[in-house]
Design a protein around this ligand. Structure first.
Ligand SMILES: [Zn+2]
Length: 316
């Protein structure tokens, strides 16, 4: 009854907050055989900072679920204003239509939180997505987080246009690779939901690896992709609400497993489900020997030499 460390002691004093999180505590306890390890993990979530990029039907629900599960600092980033089709249960409410997306999503996150995070200083300013620009250099993001801000433990990339999750742009993730920030992709593209890969920079396959691997298997892939992108002029991309909700839930669960110190099955792999069959299956995402992220064996700037031994021509 007294375990869990000082951070959990603070939580124990706030009965209402702890009551909100009791099922999550029980779930963590089931998985942690050591005494009070579940309590320690739950308390640790409160000081963690994550960022969700994209606040559509998928991204806002992910952010809200993580906030409700006890993650203390959930930043959201997006541009533009809320459209009627962004509204989703657990995500952006109908009242927010017309508001700035980041402001509205941030409010949804706050509303879902069982508590204010342990550090209240940043509550006075605008949402963190406006107030805090991204860390510019590796040293800043990892070793020296901006004052009063814990370093980002995880970035979740859940673009409203699911194509950017299915076929992530390596350039867009470059800053995360250089800063060593773990990141996880999620989205719905056409009738397919995608969760993963969880990228551990330099350790597991990244967006660049994915793109190089696809080009290896199909040299016309880059042209195909350019065509796909230029052809997509729909204002409202397809996104089944139930599939989006499932993707958001699974993504949040993978994110929490990672934050709690485990390696979920999306590490170096991608879970996909397509309507109407909706059978979830995982596809491995191999680290590419020529990718500058280093996961495939080559360190940054080095010429290709031995190459990745586990690289394989896996179908799909
Ligand atoms: Zn890579």
């Amino acid at each position: 009854a007294t375990g869990g460390g000082p951070a959990f002691d603070l939580l124990r004093k706030r009965q209402g907050v702890l009551d909100r999180l009791r099922p999550d505590l029980a779930a963590l306890t089931v998985l942690s055989p050591e005494p009070a390890a579940g309590a320690r993990k739950l308390a640790a979530r409160r000081s963690m900072r994550i960022q969700v990029r994209g606040t559509g039907r998928v991204g806002t629900v992910i952010a809200s679920v993580l906030s409700a599960a006890g993650v203390g600092h959930v930043d959201v980033r997006d541009g533009g204003c809320v459209e009627p089709w962004d509204v989703a249960p657990g995500g952006l409410p109908v009242e927010s239509v017309g508001e700035r997306r980041d402001t509205a999503a941030y409010r949804a996150v706050r509303k879902a939180a069982p508590d204010r995070p342990p550090r209240p200083d940043r509550r006075s300013g605008p949402p963190p997505s406006q107030a805090q620009p991204q860390p510019q250099s590796p040293s800043e993001s990892q070793a020296l987080p901006p004052a009063e801000e814990p370093a980002l433990s995880l970035v979740i990339i859940a673009p409203r246009d699911g194509l950017s999750a299915h076929t992530p742009d390596p350039l867009a993730a470059e800053e995360l690779i250089t800063s060593g920030t773990p990141h996880l992709y999620a989205g719905v593209v056409e009738a397919t939901g995608v969760v993963g890969p969880l990228v551990l920079p330099g350790g597991t396959a990244c967006a660049g690896c994915l793109s190089l691997d696809r080009t290896d298997r199909d040299p016309t892939w880059p042209r195909l992709l350019a065509q796909w992108r230029s052809g997509r002029q729909l204002q409202v991309p397809a996104c089944d609400l139930a599939l989006a909700t499932a993707v958001a839930g699974l993504t949040a669960a993978h994110a929490l497993a990672f934050l709690d110190g485990e390696l979920p099955s999306s590490t170096g792999a991608r879970w996909e489900a397509s309507a109407p069959g909706l059978d979830w299956h995982a596809r491995p995402v191999w680290a590419h020997p020529d990718c500058s992220c280093g996961a495939g064996g080559r360190s940054k700037g080095e010429q290709t030499s031995e190459g990745g031994e586990q690289h394989d021509t896996m179908a799909g």
